[in-house]
Design a protein around this ligand. Structure first.
Ligand code: UTP
Length: 249
């Protein structure tokens, strides 16, 4: 299976540090967060890892290229203009479509600034997909009602995801399950990303393309609520809480 790790974002929530250091290289213990995430994908059985960076983030490539264990498994994909997560993933279309010829219908996406503790999230999502005939899976976590308006929230019907609602109010929220940094998707998503128009913030949103894939192609999409916790290292407060959680176990 292929893993895509988008790490080309601008990191504006972590300025001015991100002028010098990509946020994905911030340490969790002695490893950069991105290495923790690459290791999660390898543990899930991925033999092909596509990391998306920009030329401003060559430091990331240099770090991994110096370790032969990673150098042979990682392919580098460039996103030169930051038009959003959906646009970043779209840069991997040809690389994934090649592997599709070997019957690889699904692939993983692990956000480069999201670390999951307390479970092997990607591995467990792969197992859930296999047990359900290769269904697509979205990693998610329960959030308190006052926080639903910050996230993409899942509408679940009969155990499947029927819809995804971006940043709903408490009243509109169809559940308390927030999309949380990991996706296992059918390669059909590229048909939808290729025609996806800009959404919120003028960016090509992955959530919008997934929504269309469910509604227009009828792809089965399952929620996987982590038994662990998702940490966002993309802002100083989130990073601080991540370190606390890892240090305190
Ligand atoms: P975020 O939206 O959290 O990252 O994207 P960002 O754009 O870097 O953050 P801010 O808002 O400027 O602070 C989640 C992941 O997707 C990647 C980011 O690097 C991050 O790991 N991403 C995001 C891309 O690769 N390309 C994009 O155009 C946007």
């Amino acid at each position: 299976m292929t893993a895509i790790i988008p790490a080309a974002g601008l990191g504006t929530r972590f300025l001015p540090l991100t002028r010098a250091v990509p946020k994905e290289m911030l340490p969790i213990g002695s490893k950069p967060a991105l290495q923790v995430i690459v290791d999660e994908s390898l543990e899930a059985g991925c033999d092909d890892v596509l990391v998306i960076i920009s030329h401003a983030k060559e430091l990331v490539r240099k770090y991994f290229s110096e370790d032969p264990q990673y150098a042979k498994r990682i392919r580098w994909v460039y996103q030169e203009e930051q038009h959003g997560l959906g646009h970043a993933v779209l840069q991997c279309a040809s690389a994934i479509e090649q592997s599709e010829q070997s019957n690889n219908r699904t692939f993983l996406i692990l956000l480069g600034d999201a670390v999951i503790s307390g479970c092997a999230a990607s591995k467990e999502m792969v197992a859930l997909s296999r047990a359900n005939g290769g269904a697509s899976v979205i990693g998610c976590e329960h959030v308190p009602p006052e926080k639903v308006s910050r996230y993409g929230i899942l509408k679940v019907e009969g155990g499947r995801i029927a819809d995804l609602v971006e940043k709903p109010s408490i009243e509109e929220a169809p559940s308390d399950l927030a999309i949380a940094g990991r996706y296992l998707l059918d390669a059909k998503i590229f048909d939808f990303l290729k025609t996806q128009t800009p959404g919120k913030g003028g960016e090509i949103q992955l959530t919008d393309a997934i929504r269309r894939m469910v509604k227009e192609a009828g792809v089965t999409l399952l929620p996987y609520a982590y038994p662990g916790k998702r940490h966002d290292i993309g802002n100083p407060q989130g990073y601080y809480e991540t370190l606390k959680a890892f240090v305190e176990g």
